[in-house]
Design a protein around this ligand. Structure first.
Ligand SMILES: NC(=O)c1ccc[n+]([C@@H]2O[C@H](COP(=O)([O-])OP(=O)(O)OC[C@H]3O[C@@H](n4cnc5c(N)ncnc54)[C@H](O)[C@@H]3O)[C@@H](O)[C@H]2O)c1
Length: 276
């Protein structure tokens, strides 16, 4: 059976775990060649091995590269590296941070603000910049760019992370504009808006604090946090031809959270298992 991403060449940033790793595995299973990238070399190496193990029947290539999304030359070189495979088709700009010292307007300081914007916004700008150049160079008539934002860019939260929220709002805005600019070249841009997830990014922050956890969990209609694999499934759709008329969206994958007022009582639904 032909994979949904057969023959496509993809770069994933922030592939050292969470959404990025799950997406790498699904992309490989769908026939893509994938360059996994992350700033953390050890996490990336582990993720690379996991991806290979869990996509044993892959037909595409898989490689990894340590890359800091705030360094333009790193991003440019990664995109160039895919020339050897025939040029980039898909880039998933997914790397991001949520700083533990983020907070409300008074709490957040300049250093946390600048670092967050640097990684979450500037780092997302470099991906499309070099992907578009490469798509044009290779005379491609289709390109798929998916940028990870967050549902906190759509709804306000009384548990503030102002720098993070502002950065994700910027991702929505820049993605939307690029989608319109490049629409007639066949290059599609969509933002992924995950709800809070069961990944280390959030779960390490919540730890064993049940009150802190419940304050967030109660807003989920399904009674549970999202799983990385549920985001990865959406990325596969956005990267494939199945979404050929889906462009400039804030693609929300949140179990209904952003549409809920009062949520049901009773046991939560069973989450799917992540791979690996
Ligand atoms: N976890 C959540 O609840 C949640 C909710 C909404 C949105 N998101 C977003 O989803 C994306 C992926 O997060 P995740 O939940 O998989 O968490 P994660 O922490 O597992 O993944 C983020 C990855 O980005 C990498 N990274 C950080 N700075 C980098 C840099 N400068 N250059 C390259 N890589 C860098 C990290 O090393 C990490 O592997 C992030 O953009 C995050 O903001 C997460």
């Amino acid at each position: 059976m032909v994979g949904r991403l057969q023959g496509k060449n993809a770069i994933i940033t922030g592939a050292g775990g969470g959404i990025g790793l799950q997406t790498a595995i699904l992309m490989l299973r769908e026939g893509a060649s994938v360059l996994m990238t992350d700033v953390k070399a050890s996490a990336l190496e582990k993720a690379f091995e996991t991806a290979k193990t869990h996509a044993p029947d892959r037909t595409g290539k898989v490689d990894r590269r340590v890359l800091d999304v705030t360094k333009e030359s790193d991003v440019e070189e990664a995109v160039h590296a895919l020339d050897a495979w025939g040029g980039i088709d898909v880039i998933f700009n997914n790397a991001g941070i949520m700083h533990p010292k983020d907070g409300d307007a008074e709490e957040v300081d300049d250093a946390v603000w600048d670092l967050t914007q640097n990684i979450n916004v500037k780092g997302v700008w470099y991906g499309p910049k070099h992907a578009v150049r490469s798509l044009r160079k290779h005379k491609k008539t289709r390109g798929r760019i998916i940028n990870t934002a967050s549902m906190v860019a759509l709804v306000g939260a009384a548990t503030p992370q102002l720098a993070y929220t502002a950065s994700k709002g910027a991702v929505l805005a820049l993605t939307r504009e690029l989608a319109i600019v490049h629409a007639r070249e066949g290059f599609r841009f969509n933002s992924l808006c995950p709800a809070p997830l069961n990944t280390p990014m959030l779960q390490d922050f919540l730890g064993d604090d049940q009150a802190k956890r419940f304050r967030r969990e109660v807003h989920f209609p399904t009674g549970r946090f999202g799983e990385a694999i549920e985001q990865a499934q959406a990325v596969i759709f956005l990267a494939s031809d199945e979404s050929s008329f889906v462009n400039a969206t804030d693609f929300v994958v949140d179990g209904g959270l952003t549409k809920a007022y009062v949520t049901p009582e009773g046991p939560s639904t069973q989450p799917p298992q992540n791979i690996g």
